[in-house]
Design a protein around this ligand. Sequence first.
Ligand code: KIV
Length: 403
Amino acid sequence: MASQPDRVIIFDTTLRDGEQSPGATLNVEEKLAIAHQLALLGVDVIEAGFAVASPGDFQAVKTIAEQVGIPGGPIICSLARAIRQDIHAAAEALKGAARPRIHTMISTSDIHLKYQLKKSRSDVLAIASEMVAYAKSFVDDVEFSPMDASRTEPEFLYQVLERAIAAGATTINIPDTVGYCTPKEIGTLIQGIREYVPNIDGVILSIHTQNDLGLATANALAAIEYGVRQVECTINGIGERAGNAALEEIVMALQVRKPFFNPYFGRPVDGDTPLTNIKTQEIYKTSSLVSQLTGMLIQPNKAIVGANAFAHESGIHQDGIIKHRQTYEIMEAAAIGLPENRIVLGKHSGRNAFRTRLKELGFELNEADLNKAFNRFKEVADKKKEISDWDLEAIVRDETQIQ
Ligand code: KIV
């Protein structure tokens, strides 16, 4: 009987679901480099790929199992459909891992059964229990996912999960495969599973949320409130279609809002035990590496890791930040491994931010010079999106006697 962990297990699927982002294909060396960085970041589980999908993916899972899945390292996992050939390939590829996990899945919603699998509910019940047992013949750690769980008729979902647990699954993962649920619906789904599936508290309950409606992170956090203790996520939220829940968003939400989440872990509101094993100072480095190797650019306003996430442009905000950072900042850039929060000078910036930046650049202007330089800065800022330090130096030299 698995006891429920007192932290959220971070299951990173950047190398499997993340790699399913159109155009994000990675070779073995690139996957290995990301896996090493994920281990430094402190993820608990790395889903290294889908071993049966291609010889390259088999090799990637095998290499990561051998080189990153060392004793003391993360659990290494491979996805496998509930098909013997898939499970066998996953087991082979994972042989070198100190802690291997096979993640097997089968669709359970009526729409998938009718149009995709062309199987009956009783077929799915039999396959789920047979294939979990088959995976269990290779490894102790077996995760089972009923694909499209959130659109599955609840009574049937409970039956499939009961069978998977009886056959030996140690983690039950609930995918919102098409990103359809709202946070409240996710809560109801998890509550129902915990209430009606026998022995569910003896396994780790997990959530996998897709971002089709932009709700992946909110849904994962809602699931945690309802007792889920493993979250599947990717760096920068990359993944199939609109992507997955972003690791950095979930981890920083749990950290910044710890007093809100603590009671769900049975802890005092002000307790300061971390809620994940993630070394948050490694987040920025990991995000940059994944972006660079997948070629998936990060939108500037992306939460936590976007270029603007710690930048302040408006004069009112900049003035507040200069007086006290917490006026407009809920976390420090250093917490994710960035050297500092950025003040961006543009047309919305005020005198205080302008003067402060000039001081940082070594220019101490008298009031008259400051006025002239500030007026010129506003003219330039109307024409340019962002004013660089070079622009500022040129403005000071043009408008004052300083050379
Ligand atoms: O989206 C999904 O349903 C999945 C499962 C395999 C977990 O990726």
